[in-house]
Design a protein around this ligand. Structure first.
Ligand code: UD1
Length: 334
């Protein structure tokens, strides 16, 4: 069976994708430095699937390590998840973000070229659209105008991959632009575990529900949305992970090219709708208060995901209730 190299394999999106690929019979060679994940995730993946990843601990910037991995394994495709993703942090430490999120990709690509492995799936983000001019956002929408180094790092890598694909037509590249991944695997064994106080909505709500944090701050209720709070396209992490299986199948079926897909559900929910649904399905209160807008936030962002449906035969199946239920269930288990 095909061997896939996954960087960031114990992270939130990486771990769920490993599960889906292992269950389809793919073999996985994984790399992680546990900068934002824990070694126990490897055991959890094994518990869910009954299968093991061939794991290497280390950093993607370590070219010698990458060469060793490619030498020791007959890899035919790479999925690159390894990156820093805390927006606020990236403003404080831009150079660390550019080194970790951009230089590392250059190192990876140079080693892929050396070993003639020319299939790559790259994790990008809806953040590359900046402030969208129209919603739903299609892949043809203008990109740029990112407001922080994290977002800009994703934009830069997209540009690099674009140039690479033109210069070396043997490369087959799939860029996924994620909207807002939330929720956890049905088993409750893997999920999102950010370090420190969460910056994103769903992990924050879970901590408030568990009384680990006193109260949720809702960042503004004066946006031009149904109830004034921010609207986002939340997508269940397992749906998102399954898109990567489709991405692998797609790259295996083409000879050349760069493909870009939005991964979202195509519908937006407000912060208050998320709180209400979370409270209902989990039968628990989430105390909140309205505070100032968060700098850099936009009112509304949701995807047109019809391209992924047409070309990958992929669409999200799980609803907001599944997302809220599974996120809380994982947090109860952690
Ligand atoms: C954020 C990042 C985005 C990144 C994504 C990763 C910003 C400006 N954007 O997206 O670049 O790709 O995370 O998952 O940080 N909210 C609250 N209270 C909270 C947290 C969030 O009201 O404590 C609101 C926000 O104002 C927003 C919504 O909830 O309307 C979702 O926020 P969040 O989960 O942080 O995601 P994004 O801001 O969409």
């Amino acid at each position: 069976m095909q061997k896939i190299f996954i960087t960031g394999c114990t992270g939130y999106i990486g771990s769920h994708t490993c599960v889906e690929l292992l269950e389809k019979g793919y073999e996985i060679v994984g790399l992680d430095n546990f900068s934002n994940s824990k070694p126990i995730v490897l055991d959890k993946i094994k518990e869910i699937t009954g299968k093991e990843i061939k794991f290497y601990e280390g950093n993607m910037l370590d070219k010698k390590l990458l060469q060793k991995i490619f030498k020791e394994n007959d890899i035919s495709l790479v999925i690159d998840f390894a990156a820093y993703k805390a927006v606020g942090d990236s403003v404080q430490k831009p150079i660390e973000y550019y080194i970790n999120n951009v230089s590392s990709v250059l190192t990876l690509i140079s080693v892929m070229q050396e070993f003639k492995v020319k299939s790559l799936i790259f994790s990008s983000s809806a953040t590359v659209y900046g402030t969208p001019e129209v919603v739903p956002i299609t892949e043809e929408a203008k990109i740029g105008g990112t407001t922080n180094p994290y977002g800009t790092s994703k934009l830069y890598v997209e540009g690099i991959l674009n140039d690479l694909s033109k210069a070396d037509p043997e490369f087959k590249i799939c860029i996924f632009r994620y909207f807002n991944p939330v929720g956890a695997h049905d088993s409750g064994l893997i999920g999102e575990e950010p370090n420190g106080i969460p910056a994103n909505l769903m992990p924050f709500i879970c901590k408030v529900a568990l009384k680990e944090l006193p109260c949720l701050n809702v960042f503004g209720n004066d946006y031009d949305t149904i109830d004034g709070t921010g609207v986002r396209d939340y997508i269940h992490i397992v749906d998102l992970a399954k898109a990567h299986v489709k991405g692998v199948e797609k790259l295996n079926s083409i000879d050349s090219g760069l493909l870009i897909y939005n991964l979202g559900t195509g519908r937006g929910y407000s912060v208050l709708e998320i709180i209400q649904t979370f409270e209902k399905v989990n039968n628990i209160k989430v105390p909140y208060k309205i505070v100032e807008r968060r700098p850099g936030d936009i009112a509304t962002c949701y995807a047109d995901s019809s391209k992924a449906f047409k070309e990958l035969n992929w669409q999200a199946h799980k609803n907001l209730e599944d997302m809220c239920r599974s996120a809380y269930n994982f947090n109860l288990n952690r």
